[in-house]
Design a protein around this ligand. Structure first.
Ligand code: DX5
Ligand code: ZN
Length: 224
């Protein structure tokens, strides 16, 4: 099943609740929340208080993408604030197995993320622990960047590894997903589609979400 996870990074922060609701009305089933610390990535965004406030205005699950160093120090606070899914970067975790178990111990789904330069093979020992794997299709830090097509083979590889090993993780993609790239990521095997600029950049978020989901669903029917 294809799910759309709009990233509020590109939303109007003065109207976050309203924008999240509009995306939900357009068919989004998850809200993607980008957490940046100015160290792991060259940008700063939001912390647990914003997640807590947003929790009051939508029932949709929150997918908190931690682009931060020392994520173990902040996982409990995000879980407490209302995160449902929490993902951490392979590149930021010295003890990745421990960190994924820490996320699960807070009753959240545990995701692991790889940057464009990081091979899928670096995850081989944690694929049985992760609930989802997020393939970055841009270098993290900013919205509205150009999709990197050479990341597609990693989604295909994750599909193959999952069936070879009889695992259950889901495959998510983040970065540059828009009406002109969505068919490629879906055909490559992505099931959870993060989209920031394509949903909130211009026009009506509800309509944008609907169009993106429609294109994604059509592509999934053609998946080979
Ligand atoms: C990038 C973030 C993404 C970003 C995606 O560092 O992790 O979630 O918001 O934005 P778009 O869809 O605009 O590339
Ligand atoms: Zn993200």
């Amino acid at each position: 099943m294809i799910e759309l996870a709009p990233s509020i990074l590109s939303a109007d922060f003065a109207r976050l609740g309203e924008q999240a609701r509009a995306a939900g009305e357009g068919g989004a089933t998850v809200i993607h929340v980008d957490i940046m610390d100015g160290h792991f990535v060259p940008n700063l965004t939001i912390g647990p208080p914003v997640v807590k406030s947003l929790r009051k205005v939508t029932q949709l699950p929150f997918d908190c993408h931690l682009m931060i160093e020392n994520p173990d120090d902040y996982i409990p606070a995000f879980a407490e604030a209302g995160a449902d899914w929490i993902s951490v970067h392979q590149e930021a975790c010295r003890h990745l197995n421990r960190t994924l178990h820490l996320i699960k111990s807070h009753d959240c789904l545990a995701g692991v993320v790889i940057n464009p330069a990081t091979p899928v093979e670096t995850l081989s020992e944690v694929l049985d622990v992760a609930d989802y794997v997020l393939v970055m299709s841009v270098n993290p830090g900013f919205g509205a960047q150009k999709f990197i097509p050479s990341t597609l083979h990693k989604m295909r590889r994750l599909v193959d590894l999952r069936s070879e090993r009889g695992l259950n993780y889901r495959i998510e993609v983040d970065g540059g997903v828009a009406i002109d790239t969505v068919a490629d990521v879906v055909r490559a095997g992505a099931e959870i589609l993060v989209a920031g600029n394509a949903v909130f950049g211009k026009g009506d978020p509800k309509k944008n979400a609907q169009e993106l989901l429609k294109a994604a669903t059509e592509a999934s029917l053609q998946r080979v």
